[in-house]
Design a protein around this ligand. Structure first.
Ligand SMILES: [Zn+2]
Length: 371
């Protein structure tokens, strides 16, 4: 489980790792090329000023699959792509050790979680002994109970928020998501790590680092880093080609968290949402957040309401219209959070009254604009 590091084992470079993986017919090279192309498309259109309407960038499609990234290391992605609604469709991982495997994140719906467990159990050939929650949101923790009796590990903030949130009732989700909902029970993290220290596990020869990086998407984000293979599970600090959901975020600090990732030795990023990709794709998400912040600041300083600002900013960010769960679903809470930063009321919980008012103003501004 937590064996001392075997320093006699040669570390694989990314190229070697990809070569070995490709040899097994499970290469990630095509994934990287696909997203690099999409990133190039996005960068070309970034020349236009943010206030003019630019054409949406083209984005890749990705599959629901367990993909081997390195020996004993797998990413589980849930599929998405152009025009595919994927709110609460998140990604996971399976890292295999001598006597059990470690999971990263449980999902929103029982059928999604069970599909991930079945695929990973089959690949690992042994039970799951540990689950890491990257943060508390329901799309990463609702399925926790299906991993028991595995140890569940997260930040202390995540543990408290999971307990406070209770069992998800999957309200508003498709009926197909609710199959097995009667089996759900509350399963909060039982081991917590503090905000300033990292934890390292050894899964055989694989070094697995848990790295807190918050506040960012929430006040309790934890990433998982495999230094030998330069692979990072960023949790929801990374949304690739999916509009970032900032309802619990501190967006300026989130940008700083992205900059910390950029300083790390990372070749492959598995985001909380979207396809497996690289720092190039993360740069696009950083641009999304920076643009939203800059546009929101101008309107805040001019005394505009958050909702009206969101309607205008949405037009200014048309480049990102092609992203899954487009701006309309996400821009209002993102601007509400930015306004809370600007007026000094930012806190871990979403200010519900401010969001309700902003949604009203947003709808009024949209209908006035379409007349
Ligand atoms: Zn998420």
């Amino acid at each position: 489980m937590t064996k001392p590091r075997n320093t006699g084992v040669a570390l694989l470079s990314r190229r070697e790792a990809i070569g070995r993986v490709a040899g097994a017919g499970l290469g990630i090279v095509s994934v990287l090329h696909a997203t690099e192309d999409a990133g190039a498309a996005g960068r070309q259109s970034s020349a236009a000023p943010a206030t003019s309407r630019s054409a949406p960038m083209s984005i890749p499609s990705w599959n629901t699959e367990l993909k081997q990234l390195a020996p004993n290391v797998y990413a589980y992605t849930q599929g998405g792509g152009p025009g595919v609604p994927s709110s609460a469709i998140s990604n996971g991982a399976c890292i295999v050790g001598p006597d059990h495997w470690m999971a990263i994140d449980a999902f929103a719906a029982p059928p999604h979680t069970k599909a991930f467990l079945a695929a990973a159990n089959k690949a690992a050939g042994k039970p799951c002994g540990r689950l890491v929650n990257t943060h508390h949101h329901a799309d990463h923790t609702t399925g926790n109970c299906f991993f028991l009796p595995a140890e569940i590990v997260a930040s202390e903030f995540c543990r408290q928020a999971v307990i406070k949130g209770g069992i998800s009732d999957l309200r508003g989700r498709p009926e197909s998501w609710k199959v097995g909902a009667n089996e759900l029970k509350l399963a909060p993290p039982v081991t917590t790590i503090d905000d300033h220290s990292r934890v390292t596990y050894y899964y055989g020869d694989t070094e697995v680092q848990l790295i807190p990086n918050n506040p960012a998407h929430t006040w309790g984000d934890v990433m998982v880093y495999l230094p030998q293979y330069k692979i990072l599970w960023a949790g929801d600090i990374a949304f690739h080609y999916v509009a970032p959901a900032g309802q619990s975020a501190y967006i300026s600090k989130w940008i700083e968290a992205i900059d910390r990732i950029n300083k790390m030795d990372v070749d492959v990023i598995v985001p909380g949402h979207g396809p497996i990709s690289t720092k190039k794709d993360l740069a696009l998400m950083r641009e999304y957040l920076e643009t939203a912040k800059r546009e929101a600041r101008r309107r805040y300083d001019a005394g505009m309401s958050a909702g009206k600002a969101a309607a205008e900013i949405e037009r200014a960010m048309s480049k990102f219209d092609s992203w899954v769960d487009p701006a309309a679903n996400r821009i209002v809470p993102n601007v509400v959070r930015l306004y809370a930063e600007f007026n000094g009321t930012i806190a871990p919980d979403l200010p519900n009254e401010a969001t309700r008012k902003a949604n009203e103003d947003y709808k009024a501004a949209k209908s006035a604009g379409s007349r």
